[in-house]
Design a binder for this molecule. Structure first.
Ligand code: RP5
Length: 164
């Protein structure tokens, strides 16, 4: 693969895709070129390393990593790159995502993973954070983020008005 990308999204299993799709959809709203991989820190560790290196070579400026249960994927990616890694803990499992939340957020010093909410809200916010990172050096993206916030503001006021 050699198309230029800005963000690379990894998820640990095909079962994560319905939730992680919200991150890809959010990046699409901002026309951010990205790539998605289903690769596991535990089941396919060598392929994770390979695709992180390949993503960096293709221009990725930030990584999004979604995993459930003993969620090591974000940390495994952070071990391979100096780019920001944004972690999404997946819900489900016997502990309903609390295991993934703690596994993702509790990184040892020196290897940060920015950790978001469990599930779909986390997927959307991780993508928005990736857009914000890109927006620090791209005025067009920064303007789209301002418009996004203005629309949220207008939507809430409209909903409020509709029940008065
Ligand atoms: C994690 O284990 C995946 O990210 C997924 O959330 C969870 C369960 O995976 P499957 O057993 O559904 O493949 O590695």
């Amino acid at each position: 693969m050699s198309d230029t990308i800005s963000v690379s999204i990894f998820m640990g299993s095909k079962s994560d895709l319905p939730v992680v799709q919200a991150a890809a959809d959010t990046l699409n709203e901002f026309n951010i070129p990205h790539r998605m991989f289903i690769l596991s820190a535990h089941r396919t560790p060598d392929e994770v390393v390979k695709r992180v290196k390949e993503s960096e070579a293709d221009g990725a400026k930030t990584f999004i990593a979604a995993a459930g249960m003993a969620a090591h994927l974000a940390g495994a990616i952070a071990a391979q790159t100096t780019k920001p890694v944004l972690g999404i803990p997946m819900g489900g499992g016997d502990l309903d995502g609390m295991d993934a939340l703690l596994a993702t957020v509790q990184m040892p010093k020196g290897v940060p993973v920015a950790t978001f909410a469990i599930g779909k809200s986390g997927a959307i916010n991780a993508a928005l954070c990736a857009v914000q990172i890109l927006g620090t050096t791209d005025l067009e993206i920064a303007k789209k983020l301002t418009d996004y916030k203005l629309k949220m503001h207008a939507d809430v006021l409209e909903a409020n008005e509709s029940i008065q």
